[in-house]
Design a protein around this ligand. Sequence first.
Ligand code: CP
Ligand code: NVA
Length: 308
Amino acid sequence: MSFRSRHFVDLSDFKRFELRKFLDTAHDLKRKQKRGEPHELLKGKSLAMIFMKSSTRTRVSFEVGMTQLGGHALYLQPSGTQLGRGETIGDTAQVLSRYCDVIMARVFAHSDVTGLAEFGTVPVINGLSDLLHPCQIMADMMTIEEHKGGLEGLKIVYSGDSNNVSNSIMQGCTIMGMDVTIASPKGYTPTEEIMKKTDALSKQYDTTVEVLNDPSEAVKGADVIYTDTFFSMGQERDKEKEDALMQFQVNRNLIQKAKSDVIVMHCLPAHRDEELTSDIMDDRRFSVVFDQAENRLHAQKGILALVV
Ligand code: CP
Ligand code: NVA
């Protein structure tokens, strides 16, 4: 089984045994890093990182990850490159492929990351698009494994706005054998296209996927409750949407309806007391949000180590 030169753009491009291999590699590299064992698997390799949107975690974890693997990362923004003056994605992909061994991109339009993958001759990693956030969900699944000892058969409930993060949860968690429930208000539920794709995956992997408009009903029996911002990058704040989503806030009252050992997740950055109350976010009996943030580093090192 070879992963070399594979793009990492969409979790649904991978089978369970392939995501398993990425996760196992990530756990292994995390152990090595904690023990101080050298793991310079990408000595002399360079990663081009294109950021069309802001980032703290993705930028720092990819850059530090490349350093720990013995390689090097370059931070590129449209304003400082010819992308900002109209050079096409296709031309940029071809040029960067002549210098670098791998490209990571955070973009608005998902077609920009698939365009890089189409024209680039090196692997392309999706560092978030408006449609998907696959690296985040790899770190999240790693975190769930650390806290719950596995993934298969667990119930994950995402409560909030259906977005790039919930789309990748639907795909990744279904592939790995989890039952997924999305709790979103009417008008903010997953698109038909995402539903169709996830339904097909859930048949293939014998899991359940459901979308409910009632968060209290949704969290019954939940092992994991996940939430994210009401307004993703590039979206305008909107009072009607905010009011609708406040009913889906993750707070003590909601989590009391889940299993007593439920864990609470958020990809961060959090908008405290909007989608997630501060008391729960800071309550280490439930909240694993900073473990998720740390695992971005290890999960992405696992991806880099296999595809480059
Ligand atoms: N979760 C995440 O992708 O964070 P950043 O926007 O800080 O990269
Ligand atoms: N859904 C959020 C995730 C941020 C990491 C956004 O796209 O802004």
